[in-house]
Ligand binder design. Structure first.
Ligand code: UT7
Length: 324
């Protein structure tokens, strides 16, 4: 028994924030952003548009692509670090909006790795008897972005992507997932205020500690090393070679990170899904948005070998190989 991806979907908010717009907000330039990150524009949720609103749209599209009804779902997992509320889980709001009356629902917090972590959990549940699990990565990063901090505000965007993981007894399916973490590096990317360590207070707001802080340069180096390492581990665990990969769908954080990783792996750029130029870093939403784009553009066909690679706060890193 295997678990396969039976449908994909994504949703990007309508509003586009360009590098030229950012030039009006902080001391930056289109040239700096493009050269250092590869980002040209990103999407922003509208005022009042929350994580679950994006997640529901992506979820509906994934269900339609799988030819399923919401009532077919056994479970909904929403990977996010920007849920609608501290509680309840955003997945419960999605469950209600979709009308998934038979489904369990909970959120998963693993930052940019959240989608691959959730995919791994869905894989395990389907292998142990569930029929259909909806896995969504959805983020409104603009809500935790400090729009006065040029080090971070040029990087992030909002969006959602989803897949349905279903039971399958053929060749196709998730071949394996690899998940890693290293909490000694937790301070490289964090939102220091607003949690139980430093509850929301006037001081937190004054010092802008409710927003994301990142040591970009150190993060960059660890990202390149861990993405390469986990891709190699995953392939060798499945007796596969880099040449066997038809499409690599990495977390879209920075074009320079991705180019360094694929060069080290020896993967040709034609075999890599790159859309960071249009969405920026959408954290847990980044891989499922990219995967859905690959499916819609016909870059993934029956029998294709797809490899996912993620990296993010925690630190966490993760990968998956899937026979489509
Ligand atoms: O998804 C979670 C994982 N996150 C990541 O993977 C992010 C990883 N890191 C990065 O993508 C890169 O480190 C950044 C894009 C964040 C920064 O690029 P960098 O090449 O590492 O630049 P840097 O941090 O070394 O900064 C270089 C210079 C600094 O100026 P000084 O100190 O050399 O005078 C910054 O102040 O660039 C300056 N700078 C900017 N200049 C114009 C930083 N942000 C900007 C900006 N516009 N937006």
């Amino acid at each position: 028994m295997k678990a396969c991806i039976s449908g994909t979907g994504s949703y990007a908010p309508v509003k586009i924030l360009t590098n030229a717009d950012l030039e009006q907000m902080v001391a930056t330039s289109d040239e700096w952003i493009r050269e250092r990150t590869g980002i040209r524009e990103r999407r922003l949720a509208a005022t009042g548009e929350a994580c679950s609103d994006l997640a529901v749209q992506a979820g509906k599209r994934a269900l339609a692509s799988a030819g399923l009804m919401a009532t077919d779902l056994d479970m909904i997992l929403v990977a996010t670090c920007t849920g609608d509320y501290p509680l309840p889980a955003t997945a419960c709001l999605v469950q209600h909006q979709l009308g998934a009356t038979k489904a369990a629902a909970c959120d998963l917090s693993a930052a940019c790795c959240g989608f691959v972590y959730a995919l791994s959990i869905a894989d395990a549940y389907v292998k142990s008897g569930m029929q259909h699990v909806l896995v969504i990565g959805a983020e409104v990063m603009s809500a935790i972005t400090d729009w006065t901090d040029r080090n971070t505000c040029v990087l992030f965007g909002d969006g959602a992507g989803a897949v349905v993981v279903s039971a399958s007894d053929g060749e196709r399916g998730i071949l394996s997932t690899q998940l890693r973490s290293d909490g000694t590096l937790c301070e490289l990317i964090m939102v220091p205020g607003g949690g139980s360590r430093m509850p929301l207070s006037e001081k937190v707001v004054e010092e802008r500690l409710q927003y994301i802080k990142m040591k970009g340069n150190e993060t960059f180096k660890v990202a390149v090393r861990t993405l390469e390492e986990i891709a190699r581990t995953t392939l060798s665990a499945n007796n596969l070679r880099v040449e066997d990969v038809d499409l690599y769908v990495p977390h879209q954080a920075n074009i320079r990170i991705l180019k360094a990783v694929i060069e080290r792996l020896g993967l040709p750029v034609e075999k890599v899904l790159l859309n960071v130029d249009r969405y920026g870093n959408t954290s847990a939403a980044s891989i499922p948005i990219a995967l859905d784009e690959a499916v819609r553009e016909g870059r993934v066909k029956a029998g294709s070998l797809v490899m996912l690679g993620a990296f993010g706060a925690g630190l966490t890193w993760a990968s998956a190989v899937i026979r489509w």
